[in-house]
Design a protein around this ligand. Structure first.
Ligand SMILES: NC(=O)c1ccc[n+]([C@@H]2O[C@H](COP(=O)([O-])OP(=O)(O)OC[C@H]3O[C@@H](n4cnc5c(N)ncnc54)[C@H](O)[C@@H]3O)[C@@H](O)[C@H]2O)c1
Length: 347
């Protein structure tokens, strides 16, 4: 049998244990052989879940990289700790899959891409929403020409009360931002992917923090809430004339909203919740909706891992390359800059 691809984790907490470990374990040509995590308790639990021998568990990822021969590094650390482990893993000749958001600045994203190119190894950003059944259906409609040219879209991911009470999500020095980095990054990536990655040129945004830093029914500690926003609204202009409205929140005084993306094209429109194509047929405006796997949240992570492993095995290309995530990062940087300056900014 051919040699298995050896996988090591940097950060083996929530998303790693819940979604990435099962994703790798489902592939008979991959094996998880090592992990690093600064939290010894998490490291032990993650190691047990992944079946890693104790001798291959590290609290210092650099030690793991120097002692273990690895083909793939899976980076599942908080947002602000994505860049350096990725660059260090490339320096050791590994392929890297890194959780979303890619990182927290355009400058860092460029350094990660440069490290990947210098090493000649694949970089994938784990934009899991692309790999769900609904994304598959919408992409097929776009690729078959049923949507035409997409000229406008709306992307909503609003939680009325949903500030994460676990992990590092609300801590600025570890996560940099709130729902923009946690939620908007998913719907932005999905919209750009379906729109064919048009060049973003300008962004206008406003951000609010009114509820999450005060006592409420939510479980997080409001005193620890240091990320700048709980609600962000934005408007993005692309070089081809297309535009996208964006709204995202962890907390807002509103009824549970109808979340999802909606893209309008010259021949038809698509939305994802449930996946629906709207177009003229026989003189009528008709909605065609497809059935999706109700378990798609989990399936999408496994599919993302499977597609990366296949790309590594077959010599590429990366299913979510750094260059595409860099576009998303330019928009995210633009959202924060515009909200700070109170005016539209170039990206
Ligand atoms: N795709 C998705 O749907 C999805 C869902 C949840 C989280 N995420 C992303 O995954 C990342 C991790 O989130 P999580 O929920 O698993 O958080 P988590 O806090 O549960 O896990 C992160 C782990 O990284 C470890 N860590 C921190 N610094 C480290 C370092 N220098 N070296 C090694 N380990 C280190 C922590 O101890 C922790 O165990 C975030 O970037 C988040 O945005 C993605």
């Amino acid at each position: 049998m051919a040699k298995k691809l050896k996988v090591g984790f940097i950060g083996i907490g929530g998303i790693a244990q819940g979604c990435h470990v099962p994703g790798w374990q489902a592939l008979d040509y991959c094996e998880i052989v090592a992990a690093a995590d600064v939290n010894p308790k998490t490291l032990k639990a993650g190691g047990e879940k992944a079946g890693i021998p104790e001798a291959r568990l590290y609290t210092d990822y650099k030690k793991m990289l120097s002692e273990v021969d690895l083909d793939i590094i899976d980076v599942c650390t908080p947002n602000c700790i994505h860049k350096q482990p990725t660059i260090d893993a490339f320096a050791k000749g590994c392929h890297v899959i890194v959780e979303k958001p890619m990182t927290t600045s355009v400058a860092d994203a460029k350094k990660m891409i440069a490290a990947s190119e210098q090493a000649g190894k694949l970089l994938m950003i784990a934009q899991s929403m692309r790999f769900g059944d609904d994304a598959l259906a919408m992409k097929r409609w776009v690729d078959e020409g049923l949507v035409g040219d997409i000229y406008w879209g709306r992307a909503s991911y609003l939680r009325p009360r949903g500030v994460p009470a676990w992990g590092a999500f609300i801590v600025k020095e570890l996560s940099a931002g709130g729902p923009c980095y946690d939620l908007a990054v998913h719907i932005l990536d999905l919209c750009l992917y379906l729109m064919g990655h048009p060049e973003p040129v300008a962004v206008s945004a406003a951000m609010y923090l009114e509820i999450s830093n005060k006592p409420s029914l939510m479980k997080h500690d409001p005193k620890k809430y240091t990320v700048p926003e709980e609600l962000a609204v934005g408007f993005i202009r692309f070089a081809n004339g297309a535009t996208l409205s964006l709204e995202t929140s962890w907390a807002i005084n509103s009824a549970a909203p109808n979340n999802g993306i909606m893209l309008a094209g010259t021949r038809g429109g698509i939305r994802n919740n449930p996946p629906t194509l709207t177009r003229e047929e026989a003189g009528l405006l008709v909605d065609s909706t497809v059935q999706v796997n109700p378990d798609r949240g989990i399936a999408s992570h496994s599919e993302e891992i499977r597609q990366f492993a296949e790309a590594v095995k077959n010599g590429g290309p990366s299913p979510v390359p750094g260059a595409q995530a860099l576009m998303t990062q330019r928009i995210l940087d633009g959202l924060y800059k515009s909200a700070q300056q109170g005016k539209e900014v170039k990206v």
